[in-house]
Design a protein around this ligand. Structure first.
Ligand code: MBD
Ligand code: FE
Length: 305
């Protein structure tokens, strides 16, 4: 009744907005929308007003995730669930909701300190067909599966699991990866719709966000993006490979903020039953030498600064 239905939007903070605009359009194929607000642009992937709000705040990190519920009643029911569980949350003003282009909005934090916004009623613009920022063979796979998935900061897998269960998400430990020192690395994956996972925990770095996965409907867009990334010498953090949980064929590369974009194709739907794996099908070699590059030195399209 009160459950999250999708990862609807993300707010990201960046150091260099013009570089992000060029990267989002010319490498990722997203549509950049500038509404004249200083230090802000929007990125579209489909009919929604935006899937990303990009703000030039210098943080180069996730500002918040926008998690959708179905409607007004579900929004109210979730407030009750949070109140009864003692999770603090702030229901936002109409002006704050309007700033996100949604009908109703509340703000809270997960147990890892990741800022969340729960909303219903996104602004969807069917009069404005998606116009990719560069050539695409097909379209992004969004729809009922939301914008994609991301891996965010985790402090305690059990606490993350309980919190997102409260929000109506399902999932569990899906990878138990043996490490050379004999210990085992565990990663938690949670879903809320037919996308295999929407949020994952247990893999990370120093930022709130490790990566966001965006998925193409066409294999040709995966291959074309791979070629573009290589042509512009954008560092690849994890090589092409296929994941065991979502069966997605994907690769990971650095964005101008120094965290990763996973670009994928061909995922299977969520299985709704637990399974675990020790490794992927093939590929997905981690490239440990990939650190935040000097973006000035890369041959990446740069919008007029
Ligand atoms: C994923 O999407 C992912 O990013 C990792 C690290 C493992 C399985 C699926
Ligand atoms: Fe992923």
């Amino acid at each position: 009744m009160s459950a999250i239905t999708e990862l609807g939007y993300m707010v990201i903070g960046v150091k260099n907005l013009s570089r992000w605009k060029a990267f989002a359009s010319e490498i990722l194929g997203m549509e950049v929308v500038d509404e004249g607000e200083p230090g802000r642009c929007y990125l579209r992937m489909d009919f929604w007003h935006h899937r990303f709000i990009v703000e030039e705040d210098g943080s180069d990190d996730l500002r918040c995730l926008g998690l959708r519920v179905a409607g007004h009643e579900e929004f109210g029911a979730l407030q009750k669930v949070l109140r009864e569980a003692g999770v603090s949350h702030q229901v936002c003003s109409r002006a704050e909701a309007q700033d996100r282009h949604v009908l109703e909005l509340m703000k809270l934090e997960d147990p890892n300190g990741n800022p969340l916004e729960i909303f219903h009623g996104p602004h969807v613009q069917y009069s404005k067909p998606f116009h990719p920022g560069r050539r695409m063979y097909g379209r992004f796979a969004t729809g009922d599966g939301g914008l994609g998935h991301c891996i965010i900061r985790n402090l305690d897998l059990a606490a993350s699991y309980s919190f997102y269960r409260l929000l109506g998400m399902r999932g569990g430990i899906e990878y138990r990866i043996p490490r050379p020192d004999g210990s085992v690395g565990e990663a938690l994956f949670m879903h809320c719709n037919e996308r295999d996972h929407t949020l994952a925990f247990g893999i990370g770095g120093s930022k709130r966000i490790n990566h966001v996965m965006i998925e193409s409907q066409s294999f040709d867009d995966l291959a074309y993006t791979y070629e573009l990334v290589q042509k512009h010498n954008i560092p690849i953090g994890i090589t092409l490979g296929k994941h065991s949980n979502d069966h997605q064929y994907s690769f990971y590369f650095l964005n101008p903020s120094g965290w990763l974009i996973e670009y994928g194709w061909g995922a299977r739907p969520a299985s709704h039953q637990s399974e675990y794996y020790q490794e992927d099908f093939y590929g997905h070699e981690f490239q440990p030498h990939v650190l935040t590059p000097n973006w000035d030195a890369l041959d990446v399209p740069k919008a007029a600064e």
